[in-house]
Design a protein around this ligand. Structure first.
Ligand SMILES: Cc1cc2nc3c(=O)[nH]c(=O)nc-3n(C[C@H](O)[C@H](O)[C@H](O)COP(=O)(O)O)c2cc1C
Length: 365
């Protein structure tokens, strides 16, 4: 099977497979392993400072000279928030933490400062990053122009046709169609309400038909057959996240890895309780408690800051009940292996699936 297509040529890779950026999970080692294997590793830096971004980029560069992507969050920070809602959530989390023997350091609203992609673009330009992907929105025109002038390929995330058309009109090079099955945050940016929840099987062909850009399918791509199915729908590549969640290079705590491998598809639910943005992850005690409190979650990234100290405590203690366990609906298919071996298996299985389809078509003829 020949793998060369628009995606491989634009992104300068051998196989049309992008390892999804997964903030808090993806390490420079994971990025380098996938890029070295012929795919596109993606380094997530959403919300990090310029210094942290530079350090991580250089860590990847020290491990590979192959192309890789850096992934940004292209959202804007709300100019004001409901202070009463902030205080109510903080009080609830303080009580919850005490009842569960968790050390909670509540953030002080006035002291909160957030990094945005504006702080990171200069690093990406000076480090000459080959591909830049983004989610939660579209960077402003001047930033798109600056990245393009430096030769960076741009990959935008869409969760519906309307978003894909906005990306297309900004001349991004590749569009990631993020289906409802996907783990982690929804990339939705046309609404702050309930996000479109269109399955990958419906979304991919709709975006392929509506836009002029090659499409990556994301959400539920867990093996060779799901990858080939996405390609049959018109995708020219896939972006795979959950399949790398329990890889050797994943920084997920051990209990988190174990929980993911034993999850059923319906355990991975949609919530905005942890961060204030809708995301898919395995349901747990903190997620349920915030829902049952009846309190209003704060907009991203304020809610994220409010839960940060509990999540970090839980991660250090390897507790699954009090932290995010972002995972897609096919996450339980993930296997504990080096990322390069996971990648290779995906390609080999896709090749086999392709041959099976060919044989099936011949038999039917
Ligand atoms: C743990 C986790 C963290 C994620 N973090 C990011 C991120 O930082 N940036 C991003 O664009 N997408 C992020 N995503 C979404 C992925 O890019 C992708 O859409 C998703 O993993 C695809 O679905 P799958 O998990 O079924 O493979 C994350 C997904 C997971 C599972």
């Amino acid at each position: 099977m020949k793998w060369h297509n628009k995606v491989t040529s634009l992104l300068n890779i051998t196989y049309p497979v992008v390892q999804a950026p997964m903030l808090g999970i993806t390490t420079p080692e994971m990025v380098a392993a996938v890029s070295e294997a012929g795919g596109l590793g993606s380094l997530p830096v959403g919300g990090l400072s310029a210094d942290q971004t530079r350090e991580l980029v250089r860590a990847v560069k020290a491990l590979t000279s192959k192309p890789f992507a850096v992934n940004l969050f292209a959202h804007s920070i709300p100019s004001s928030i409901d202070t009463a809602a902030f205080t109510a959530m903080q009080q609830f989390l303080t009580t919850f933490a005490a009842a569960n023997d968790i050390t909670y350091v509540p953030p002080v609203q006035e002291m909160l400062r957030f990094h945005t992609y504006h702080d990171q673009i200069d690093i990406l330009l000076s480090e000459q990053i080959p591909s830049v992907s983004f989610t939660f929105g579209i960077p402003e025109d001047e930033y798109i122009a600056a990245l393009k002038n430096r030769g960076a390929r741009l990959i935008g995330t869409a969760t519906c046709v309307e978003e894909a058309l906005l990306l297309d009109n900004k001349f991004v090079d590749v569009i990631t169609a993020q289906g409802a099955e996907a783990g982690g945050h929804r990339g939705t940016f046309i609404t702050e309400g309930t996000p479109p929840m269109i399955g990958t099987m419906s979304l991919v062909p709709q975006i392929v038909d509506a836009t002029r850009r090659p499409v990556l399918a994301a959400g539920g791509i867990a093996d060779g057959s799901t990858m080939m199915a996405a390609m049959m729908l018109g995708a020219q590549g896939v972006q795979v996240g959950s399949a790398f969640l329990v890889s050797n290079e994943s920084s997920a705590p051990n209990a988190h890895k174990h929980r993911i491998q034993n999850a059923s598809a319906s355990d991975a639910v949609l919530t905005k309780n942890f961060s204030g943005r809708w995301a898919r992850g395995i349901e747990n005690k903190l997620m349920r408690a915030i829902s049952e409190s009846g309190l209003t979650t704060l907009p991203y990234p304020y809610q994220q800051s409010l839960t940060a100290s509990i999540r970090s405590f839980a991660q250090q203690k390897d507790l699954t009940d009090f932290t995010t366990m972002w995972a897609g609906q096919s996450a339980s298919k993930a296997v504990r292996k080096p990322a390069a071996a996971i990648f290779r298996t995906l390609i080999d299985q896709a090749q086999t699936s392709f041959e099976q389809i060919e044989r099936h078509v011949q038999v039917k003829d």
